[in-house]
Design a protein around this ligand. Structure first.
Ligand code: DOR
Ligand code: ZN
Length: 452
């Protein structure tokens, strides 16, 4: 009997131990000098000095150790969309960006809309991923399916309100209420793309990207957020609002008495305005679209002052050939995993955002929100997911260097200060010094409810 291994041991017994020496280690609100020992995939010890030796060591004198980042909103594609991105390139981009855990969206081909398809995706991913990956599923009103998807480990049901993302779109209030009730019974959060379809012009009349952006006004977000908040009050389920573009939406969610609603903002909506669309056209086209300069500035301030719950990238890769088509045919979406952290660290260095806030927005809060209880913190017993950051290193956003298949970005050429030096997933170094060092299959497929 004693040579029988528990699944936990079997998974982690082959992992080499890792010692990070002499880093600036992030605690709840400041850094302390010390070393971190990771063994069997978990943090075993954090102390000023650690005498033990490990299989691998990193001398981190000038680096800040932060908990691994969690991106609750990415599109890794794969399956029949793997020409845009696949599980290996998408998670390589995550590793390069400092994300040790990502949650993948269900608008794939085939969509993640049944237990069978969720399992198929998870099986395929498990062979190919470099960081930890969990899955959101499509919104269904059918309670039996919702429960089954919850039991199979889905992290949320994703509700798409706008028209262009059919067939996953659920529109009218009755259908939406059914989804919310099914989610509540399945104890699943609902993640919402809150944009009501309110186009005045038909897509064929739209000739420029500027017109395309104008056709999706902020009112569409306001009405969707209010509608969903109203329905949420009746059903009392947990709702997470994705990629909000208006400070008023963030406030409305923050002011809700429910306590079961949360808000997400992206680096692009807080750093870029619709002025970029004229210059960059398809490179700056995503939905919801970019907003006027003052709206963007005020959204950034809301986020920096602690009113938004999380930052997510909405990493949404497409091919350049697809993107370069006429506006009504150009698919919305930009890659974001490799630019989020350098851009936000730059804001920290400029004094516009505190490091403490950034760590909560990109790690602690998303881990809490999606029940990843042993992630988002650097302490004994937590998972060995962390990043080493060089706060001083200067760089320039260069899409040609992306590990993602999508080699474009509206941030191309932006000067940055602050960079990811290394990314450690389950105690293994998967990215260091601008190179991927992890192997496909090294990340874990996460199931909601298993503690993460
Ligand atoms: O810009 C976007 N791209 N917004 C979405 O909601 C979907 C995404 C995609 O999947 O390409
Ligand atoms: Zn998205």
């Amino acid at each position: 009997m004693d040579n029988l291994k528990s699944p936990e041991n079997e998974e982690t017994s082959g992992l080499p131990s890792l010692l990070i020496r002499d880093a600036h280690i992030w605690t709840e609100n400041h850094t302390i000098r010390g070393s971190i020992l990771i063994d069997h995939g978990r943090i075993q010890k954090i102390a000023r000095r650690i005498a033990e030796r490990a299989d691998e060591e990193i001398l981190a004198r000038r680096l800040v150790a932060l908990p691994g980042l969690v991106d609750a909103h990415v599109h890794l594609r794969d399956m029949r969309l793997s020409y845009k991105e696949d599980f290996t390139t998408g998670t390589a981009a995550a590793a390069a960006g400092g994300f040790t855990t990502v949650l993948d969206m269900p608008n794939t081909l085939p969509p993640t809309d049944s237990v069978q398809r969720l399992r198929l995706k998870a099986r395929r991913a498990s062979q190919k991923i470099l960081v930890n990956v969990g899955f959101h599923t499509a919104a269904v009103g059918d309670r039996w399916t919702a429960k089954a998807m919850g039991a199979a480990g889905a992290f949320s049901m994703k509700l798409y309100l706008p028209k262009p993302i059919a067939p996953l779109t659920v529109g009218d209030d009755r259908a939406v209420a059914e989804v919310l009730k099914a989610a509540k019974e399945a104890s699943l959060p609902v993640t919402v793309h809150a944009e009501d379809a309110a186009q005045a012009k038909t897509t064929r009349e739209i000739r420029t990207f500027k017109e395309l952006v104008a056709s999706r006004s902020g009112n569409a977000e306001t009405s969707a957020v209010n509608r969903i908040l109203r329905l949420q009050k009746k059903v009392d389920c947990q709702i997470h609002f994705c990629h909000l573009t208006l400070p008023s939406s963030v406030s409305a969610i923050g002011n809700s008495l429910s306590g079961r609603v949360s808000s997400e903002v992206t680096p692009h909506h807080t750093l870029l305005s619709k002025d970029s669309v004229e210059k960059l056209r398809w490179k700056a086209w995503m939905v919801p679209p970019l907003r006027p300069e003052q709206v963007k500035n005020s959204l950034f301030r809301k986020m920096a002052s602690g009113n938004a719950t999380i930052i997510a990238t909405d990493h949404a890769p497409h091919t350049i050939k697809e993107k370069r088509q006429p506006p009504h045919k150009s698919p919305p979406g930009i890659p974001g995993l490799e630019t989020a952290m350098p851009l936000m660290l730059t804001m920290v260095n400029k004094g516009k955002l505190s490091l403490r806030r950034l760590v909560s927005l990109l790690s602690t809060n998303p881990a809490k929100l999606f029940s990843l209880s042993s992630k988002g913190r650097l302490e004994k017993g937590a998972e060995g997911d962390m990043i080493l950051v060089d706060m001083k290193k200067r760089g320039k956003i260069d899409p040609n260097k992306f590990f993602s298949k999508a080699h474009y970005s509206p941030f191309e050429g932006w000067k940055t200060q602050g960079a990811i030096h290394a990314t450690i997933v389950n105690g293994s170094i998967v990215y260091r010094n601008e190179e991927i060092t992890g192997k496909p299959g090294g990340g874990k497929v996460l199931r909601n409810g298993s503690g993460g």
